[in-house]
Write a new protein. Structure first.
Length: 264
């Protein structure tokens, strides 16, 4: 049975532009605060304060029991890292900050990688670059008549060409008035398979790419996913809508801070 997929209106797209813009501006706002010696609990509080100051609320907070306003995943943490005051960022760390805002009932969802300090390893820099390029490859495959499999195949091809591996345990998702809905967007697969893309569909693409093997495990807190081999992981995420001839990305950085290093 095929899942119900909402085909959104022009008015819906305008609402998603506003929500997506706020998510992107939140990530811009937090950028200069990601520094050596800061802790992820403070970064989470700053993001929440910014979101609420702009008449929105953070969607992750209390969602299915998640305790914080953002997900902050450092080094070998793949996703859903829980911010806390004890987690201090050090020179050379890499971190993903994932924010979702609810603005006037609409969800804007985006994440970005951040480098801590000036001495990120060559391996970390390479993984970050490959992951961002993999996201862009997936976005390039979004157009009416293509399939969800085309997106996954493009991401997988680019990641594996660079010697990295795509995490299979998590996927992108439909989004709008709900945080998570159909369709699921796998970040691997075969071209031509999956659901056909149609104008009005809105979803996230959020590949998690591992330096080592693709396997992950979830820690006893029930949320934090880490690489089984303890090697680095990276992720970027955008929310977008399918339009004639391609797609519209709702969560682009107004400052042009798409991938590190950021010119703060």
């Amino acid at each position: 049975m095929r899942p119900h997929i909402t085909l959104h209106t022009a008015s819906d797209f305008q609402s998603m532009r506003c929500a997506g813009s706020l998510a992107a501006r939140t990530l811009d706002f937090i950028t200069p605060h990601v520094t050596i010696g800061c802790n992820t609990g403070d970064l989470d509080r700053l993001c929440e304060e910014y979101i609420r100051a702009h008449d929105a609320i953070p969607a992750p907070l209390h969602y299915r029991g998640f305790p914080k306003a953002t997900c902050i995943s450092v080094n070998h943490v793949v996703c859903h890292g829980i911010p806390n005051d004890a987690k201090i960022l050090h020179e050379g760390d890499i971190a993903n900050i994932d924010v979702t805002v609810i603005l006037d009932g609409w969800h804007g969802d985006s994440s970005r990688m951040y480098w801590v300090g000036d001495k990120v390893s060559v391996a970390a820099e390479r993984l970050t670059r490959i992951t961002h390029e993999s996201l862009l490859a997936g976005i390039e495959a979004v157009r009416p008549g293509n399939t969800t499999g085309d997106i996954g195949a493009a991401i997988q091809r680019h990641a594996e060409k660079g010697g990295a591996q795509v995490v299979r345990d998590f996927c992108g998702h439909g989004i709008g008035r709900s945080f998570h809905e159909a369709p699921n967007i796998l970040h691997y697969g075969k071209a031509g398979e999956g659901l056909e893309l149609r104008c009005g569909m809105i979803f996230t693409i959020e590949p998690m790419i591992n330096q080592g093997k693709a396997q992950v495990k979830v820690l006893p807190d029930g949320w934090t996913a880490v690489t089984r081999d303890r090697k680095l992981s990276a992720q970027f995420e955008h929310t977008l809508g399918v339009v004639d001839g391609g797609c519209e990305v709702f969560t682009l950085s107004p400052r042009g801070w798409h991938n590190p290093p950021y010119a703060v």
